[in-house]
Each structure stands twice: as C-alpha cells, then as structure tokens.
Design a protein around this ligand. Structure first.
Ligand SMILES: Cc1cc2nc3c(=O)[nH]c(=O)nc-3n(C[C@H](O)[C@H](O)[C@H](O)COP(=O)(O)OP(=O)(O)OC[C@H]3O[C@@H](n4cnc5c(N)ncnc54)[C@H](O)[C@@H]3O)c2cc1C
Length: 382
C-alpha cells in the first residue's frame, strides 16, 4: 500500500498484530456461538482505536478516514462480524453524535463511546422500511419534555447489548418523505424497550436484534439534530460511513484470498500442487486484481475525505465495487477449497456467508448505482 504514509503503515501493522493475536484465533468459535466478544470494545478503547478519526478535543485519538479504514480492514481480515460491530459503533453511532448532536449530548456520550465504556447502535431499518427509509413508521410523539416511542426496528447490529441506540423515528406524519424523520439517542435500558436476538446466516459474531418500543419515554434533549430534519442531517454521516463498509469488504476479501492461496499451494492433485494448474493460477490472479482495484478505490475515497473534498460519489463507487469484489472473491475462495471449503470448520465457508450483506447493507448497491448515475448526469467525472 504505497499510498499510505509511514505512520499509517505502522498503524496497520499494529492493528494486524493485535487482530492476529486476539481476534483471528477465536473468530471461528465466535461465529459458531453467534456471540459478540463485548470485552473487545474496552480493549480497543484503551488502545485509543475506537477514537481514530475523532477530534482530540472530543475525546478522540486524531487521525482521519484513512486510519479508520485501516482499522476496519484489519479487524475484518480477522473477523468481519467483529469489524461490523466496531464499524456501527464508531462510524454510525459515535460519528452521528460527534457531527450532528448538541455539544451537551455529544459531551455526555461521545467520550464513553470512544473509550469503549459505552457501546452504540444505529437503528433505522423496520419491517416495512429497508432501502426505502421514507417508509419508516416508528413514532415519536411529543409529550411535555419527552418523546414517547412506539414501533419496531429490525436487524440492528449491537442491538442486543448497546447502551445507547440512535433511533430514527417519525415526528411528523409525512409518509414517503425524509422530512419528519428525527433521530433520538435512546438508553438501552429504557422501560418499554424489548430487544430480541435475531438468528442469521453470516456476520454471526455481530449480534443482531429486533427492537420493540412500547411507550418508551425519551427526554426531548436526546434529539440528535433538529426535530423532523435529524435523519437528513445524518445523511452526511451515512455517506461517509460507506467508505468504511468498503474497508470492511477489503478485509474480508483479503482473508478469503489468503486462505485460498494457502490451500491451493498445499493441496496436491494430478501429480503436484493445484497451483500448477493454469485455471487455478488465473483465478488467484483475478481475485488479486479485483481486490487491488477495490483497495485503490476505498483508500482513494478515504484520502479525498481526509483532504476535505466532497467524496460522496467516490465513497459510493468504493462501497459498490469493494462489496461486489468481496462476494466474488469469497465465492471463488470457497470454490478453490473444494469439499473442504464446504465443511463447517473451514474459514472459507465463513467468508462466503459473511460477505453478502455488504451488497445491500449501508445503502443497497442499486441505490449506489442510482446515486453514481445521478452524479454523472450532473457532471461528475470518474
Ligand atoms: C447483518 C446485518 C446487519 C444490519 N445492521 C443494521 C443496523 O445496524 N442498523 C439498521 O438500521 N439496519 C441494519 N441492517 C438492515 C439493513 O439496513 C437493510 O438490510 C437494508 O436497509 C436493506 O433493507 P432490506 O434488507 O429490508 O432490503 P429491501 O430494501 O427490501 O431490498 C430487497 C432487495 O431489493 C433491492 N433493492 C432495494 N432498493 C432497490 C432499488 N431502488 N432498485 C433496485 N433494487 C433495489 C435490494 O438490493 C435487495 O436485493 C442490517 C442487516 C443485516 C443483514
């Protein structure tokens, strides 16, 4: 990665060492147990890594989007599920509080999120609101100096245990519109909130929950951004977040390629290692080429963000290409493992299960294509 500075390379090596030692050896077990290693939040917090990309006067560790990409990529190389939990905690929950909340609300929660003493989640998906957020219906009705929340959120990462959940709620009846959607920072132990774990195919160490809000009273000063406009104000956070989704895809794809390379080098058929077969070598080469191209896009978008440029379209392109590259690479990696890759003790099947969500999470790839096409028509030059 010659585009990284010496300090950034050193940071990558440090995170990789930690992930190799403390995450990778347990990743298979955490996958089977469907359990997030929650103690990791305080370990990563103590190392200052949850604060990467956050301003030092907000309790962050400095650095920027490139360093955050390095962190997420290296964690994902060891366990995509672990990286997903960290990504939601830092790049959605903490980032929205840092960028959009009032100074009082930010100062109350952000330091705890960045040390890992507090864990965060971000909740917008609902039974009837997936890629189309305008369909969100969870209601926040004003009652004196509180909002009263009624409704359901689905598929919420860290939702089983997060102490603070940023909930997208409807404060004005404007179906089909983003206007009227507000964001509230809700305590995980609010009376009336029931969290039910959801079983899933991949990303299993990240814990997913259905959240049911039944008359939950949330103080009005917990609004993140303005009433009725909070979600729109958070769109910048979501756009930037896509680049970290791309970094997660890179880590996952890198791990799959590495496992496949090791396997076909050691596995002998037809009188020698599988790497003697041109079709196998070409598959590895194509995997490497797609990964390298995706990496250039992700780090290019992160560098543009770090330079203060509007990189929304770059982030969309990076997320689109990296997530589809990860799916392709993980599928080829599993193929190259033959029957061994089909066994539950093979990491290849885990990469294959983990990658798919990256294509429709954090803004479905169809939406990214729509945004990229719109930018092109408006004059964007790739
Ligand atoms: C592991 C995991 C973690 C998640 N974590 C969170 C979280 O922390 N917080 C949260 O709020 N949500 C989370 N989600 C939910 C995620 O946000 C949704 O999956 C996403 O919003 C898409 O919604 P949907 O899955 O209901 O798909 P739908 O919107 O119903 O889409 C179904 C299909 O249609 C396609 N599609 C959608 N729009 C278009 C279009 N305009 N044109 C063409 N095709 C389209 C999609 O790509 C998909 O293939 C998570 C989901 C999973 C599986």
């Amino acid at each position: 990665m010659n585009e990284l500075s010496g300090d950034q390379e050193a940071f990558r090596a440090e995170v990789a060492r930690f992930a190799d030692l403390h995450i990778a050896p347990h990743a298979g077990r955490w996958d089977v147990e469907d359990r997030y290693p929650r103690e990791l939040f305080s370990r990563l917090g103590k190392l200052g890594w949850l604060g990467v990309g956050f301003a030092e006067d907000h309790g962050g560790s400095g650095g920027g989007p490139v360093e955050r990409c390095v962190l997420i990529e290296e964690l994902a190389r060891a366990s995509a599920g672990v990286a997903l939990g960290v990504y939601v905690h830092t790049s959605l929950a903490a980032a929205a509080l840092a960028d959009i909340a009032t100074p009082e609300l930010r100062d109350r929660f952000l330091p705890g999120l960045l040390t890992g003493a507090v864990t965060g989640a971000w909740a917008y998906a609902e039974p009837d609101a997936g890629a189309d957020v305008t369909r969100a219906r969870l209601a926040a009705r004003r009652d004196g100096d509180h909002y009263v929340l009624d409704g359901t959120k689905l598929y919420i990462t860290n939702g089983t245990f997060a102490n603070i959940i940023l909930v997208v709620a409807r404060t004005a009846e404007q179906p089909g519109k983003l206007h009227g959607l507000s964001v509230l920072a809700v305590d995980g132990d609010t009376p009336g909130l029931v969290r039910t774990p959801m079983a899933k195919v991949g990303m299993r160490p990240s814990e997913l929950a259905e959240l049911h809000f039944d008359g939950c009273r949330v103080p009005a000063h917990r609004l993140v951004g303005d009433q009725d406009r909070g979600f729109q104000q958070c769109l910048t956070v979501l756009s930037r977040g896509r680049v970290y989704g791309g970094a997660l895809a890179l880590g996952l794809a890198g791990a799959a390629l590495n496992a496949a390379t090791i396997y076909v080098t050691a596995r002998e058929q037809f009188g020698g290692p599988l790497t003697r077969l041109q079709a196998v070598r070409f598959t590895l080469a194509d995997m490497a080429a797609r990964l390298r191209a995706a990496r250039a896009l992700v780090y290019g978008a992160a560098a543009a963000m770090a330079a203060g440029r509007n990189a929304d379209t770059d982030a969309s392109i990076a997320k689109l290409v990296a997530s589809e590259a990860a799916t392709w690479i993980a599928e080829r990696a599993m193929h190259l493992h033959g029957a061994a890759g089909f066994m539950l003790d093979s990491p290849a099947q885990r990469y294959y299960r983990d990658c798919k969500i990256l294509e429709y999470g954090e803004g479905a790839n169809e939406l990214q294509r729509e945004m990229i096409a719109k930018a092109l028509v408006a004059g964007f030059r790739p």
